[in-house]
Design a protein around this ligand. Structure first.
Ligand code: ADP
Ligand code: MG
Length: 233
C-alpha cells in the first residue's frame, strides 16, 4: 500500500481567527516502513495523521491510498475501509466505557464480522494487560489505556497504522514495548506512522520528517516510493 498526500491544506476557524494548521503538505508513506514525524506541540502533527487516516477531509489537496482518492469515497465505504485497513492509536482516551478491555480490543474485529478471540489473547499478552482482561476502562491507568488502544488498533492486522504520541503516559519499559510492537508491524509489511515529540522513537525510524507551523520542513531518507512491500499474512 502506498499512501500519498498531495498539497494538503487545512484551515481551522477559532472565533474570528483562521489558523492554517496544514499548509501545502506533501508526503508519501510506504508499506514495510516505520515513519516518525516529529515537531513541537501545535505544529500540525495530529491534524496531519487525521487527514491521512481518512478522519478529516482537507480543505485543499488529496489523499490517495494506491490510486484511490479516499475522500471521494462515500462515508460508509470510507468507514468500512478504515476499519479493515487502518489502525489508529489516538492521543487521547478512546476506549468504550461500557465494554471490558477484551471487548474493546475485539470491537474492530466484530465490526468486520471476524472472530479474532485467539489473536486478541495474544495482543493482550503483548501489551501486558492479561490481568485486566475483564476490567472496565475506568479501572485502568493512563498508560494501561494507551496499551489497550494499541491492542485494539492491531486486532484487524491493518496494513496502515497511525500512532499519535504512542509513548505518552508510558514508563520506559512500556514505551520500549510499544515502539518494538509498532516496529514489528512494519516488519510484517504495514506502513507505520508515529507522530511524537519523544526522540526515542527516532531510533526505530526508517524515515523521519520534521514539522513546523503546518509544514514539513525536513525529510530524512525520503524517496519516491514506487515499490511497496506486500503484507505478510
Ligand atoms: P500537534 O498535534 O502538532 O500538537 P495539532 O494538529 O493538534 O498539532 O494542531 C495544529 C494547530 O491547529 C494548533 O495551532 C491547534 O491549536 C490548531 N487546532 C487543532 N485542532 C483544532 C480545532 N479542532 N479547532 C481549531 N484549531 C485547532
Ligand atoms: Mg497532537
Amino acid at each position: 500500500m502506498l499512501i500519498s498526500a498531495k498539497s494538503i491544506g487545512i484551515c481551522y476557524r477559532k472565533k474570528d481567527r483562521r489558523i492554517k494548521a496544514l499548509d501545502g503538505v506533501e508526503i508519501s508513506l510506504c508499506g514495510g516502513e516505520l515513519t516518525v514525524i516529529t515537531g513541537r506541540s501545535g505544529s500540525g502533527k495530529t491534524t496531519l495523521i487525521n487527514v491521512l487516516a481518512g478522519l478529516l477531509a482537507p480543505n485543499e489537496g488529496q489523499v490517495y491510498y494506491d490510486d484511490t482518492s479516499i475522500y471521494n469515497a462515500g462515508d460508509k465505504q470510507l468507514s468500512s475501509f478504515r476499519n479493515k485497513n487502518i489502525g489508529y492509536i489516538p492521543q487521547g482516551q478512546s476506549a468504550l466505557a461500557n465494554l471490558t478491555v477484551m471487548q474493546n480490543i475485539l470491537l474492530p474485529a466484530a465490526l468486520a464480522k471476524e472472530n479474532k478471540q485467539e489473536f486478541a489473547e495474544y495482543l493482550l499478552g503483548a501489551v501486558g494487560l492479561e490481568k485486566l482482561k475483564n476490567a472496565y476502562p475506568e479501572e485502568l491507568s493512563g498508560g494501561e489505556l494507551r496499551r489497550l488502544a494499541a491492542a485494539r488498533a492491531l486486532i484487524n492486522s491493518p496494513s496502515v497504522i497511525f500512532a499519535d504520541e504512542p509513548t505518552n503516559d508510558l514508563d520506559d519499559d512500556n514505551a520500549s514495548m510499544m515502539l518494538k510492537l509498532l516496529k514489528a508491524q512494519s516488519k510484517r509489511g504495514a506502513a507505520v506512522i508515529i507522530v511524537t515529540h519523544d526522540s526515542t522513537a527516532l531510533d526505530f525510524a526508517d524515515r523521519i520528517f520534521h514539522m513546523s507551523d503546518g509544514r514539513i520542513i525536513t525529510k530524512e531518507n525520503e524517496h519516491e516510493n514506487t515499490l511497496c512491500r506486500p503484507l505478510v499474512s
